[in-house]
Design a protein around this ligand. Structure first.
Ligand code: PLP
Length: 345
């Protein structure tokens, strides 16, 4: 997988239709906004106790003891911390290709090699090939489910067996950023494996279904020994602002907001599917808030044309073809996107 970027010197107009970062167009929920406003007056204090309260709430939700949770300002921070600590003495990381590259890129930049395992024909993880790719230099297996940028899913039961087996040899990191948006699929969090003392690490974020991408809260659940190793070098939780701790707590409780997001995301995605069908584009069925489909013009050209219209999307080369990844915005935003797509020559 290779991502395209705008040509150097490209004069980009303001992006009015932001469909490039898989954000939640409805957030943050009113409850979180109020929590931020009510708590800001105490922002002269460190949020130690308040963070413990949040960890408590998260641990209860996940069904694990509190020492199994490490907080971060977004899950990116945790992905990158894990990559830095695990790969500072080299080794390799096994993952699907394509997959979300944040952890892999940091691992590579501190000296790791990436063992990229192509996805299967239906874009799920090739679990057999990934297991076979694990060798004596493998420090971590990274799984993103549902996957980004494909939006595809790997069946929960198959993944559970895989994680259970492979984590006996090396830690398995499962990035579940989009799991709450997977409608109509066999998804299950791999967090249940922690009760069996399996060496899995599960990352979750408040950026997607909770609508808090700019407020920056995420966490990972893992065995205490694993978290200690990370914490010794780079402390978790320090980067979260006082107000975001409260926003996260309110969002967790706000099931109505999560349900509305899930429903509106599903409806706007169905609208997009219908119109991609009409325009003759074949897409990968998505279990997330974005859709990936092959296009007939080069990625850079697609990016330039859409950006010129004020529409943000992402462009990738995968298997030697250009692809467009569009986030699911509001219905209005999807209409703007579909209209622009129809005008591409
Ligand atoms: N993991 C995946 C698969 C993502 O797509 C993203 C963001 O798009 C992240 C992690 C990071 O999100 P954040 O740092 O906002 O929690």
């Amino acid at each position: 997988v290779r991502e395209h970027f705008l040509p150097a010197g490209f004069k980009a107009p303001k992006l009015l239709t932001r469909l490039n970062a898989n954000e939640n167009p409805y957030g943050p929920p009113q409850s979180a906004q109020k929590a931020v406003m009510d708590s800001v007056k105490n922002g002269n204090r460190y949020a130690w106790k308040e963070m413990f309260d949040l960890v408590d709430k998260i641990a209860k939700k996940e069904g694990v003891p509190t020492d199994h949770i490490m907080m971060g300002p977004g899950s990116s921070d945790l992905l990158e911390k894990v990559a830095m600590v695990l790969f500072m003495n080299g080794g390799n990381v096994v993952s699907a290709d394509p997959c979300y590259m944040s952890l892999i890129k940091v691992a590579e930049s501190v000296g790791a090699t990436w063992k990229a395992v192509p996805c299967t024909a239906d874009w799920s993880h090739d679990l057999k090939a990934m297991e076979a790719a694990v060798d004596e230099n493998t420090r971590l297996v990274y799984v993103c489910n549902p996957n980004n940028p494909t939006g595809a899913i790997t069946t929960g039961k198959d993944l559970l067996d895989f994680c259970s087996r492979v984590s006996e040899k090396v830690p398995v990191f499962v990035d579940e950023a989009y799991i709450e948006l997977a409608v109509g699929a066999d998804t299950q969090s791999m967090v249940s494996l922690l009760a069996e003392k399996k060496n899995v690490i599960v990352a979750r974020t408040f950026s997607k279904i909770m609508g808090m991408a700019g407020l920056r809260v995420g966490y990972m659940a893992a065995l205490p020994a694993f978290l200690e190793k990370i914490n010794k070098i780079t402390r978790g939780g320090m980067g979260i602002s006082y107000t975001s701790v409260f926003a996260a707590s309110a969002s967790l409780d706000d099931k109505d907001f999560q349900n509305v997001t899930r429903k509106l995301n599903h409806e706007a995605k169905q609208y997009l599917y219908k119109n991609l069908d009409k325009l003759g584009y074949k897409y990968i069925p998505s279990y997330t808030n974005f859709v990936l489909f092959p296009v007939t013009i080069p990625g850079e050209e697609l990016l330039s044309k859409m950006t010129t219209k004020g529409i943000g999307i992402r462009a990738f080369d995968i298997q030697n073809r250009p692809w467009c990844r569009v986030s699911i915005g509001t219905m209005e935003e999807m209409k703007v996107f579909v209209n622009a797509l129809g005008q591409l020559s």
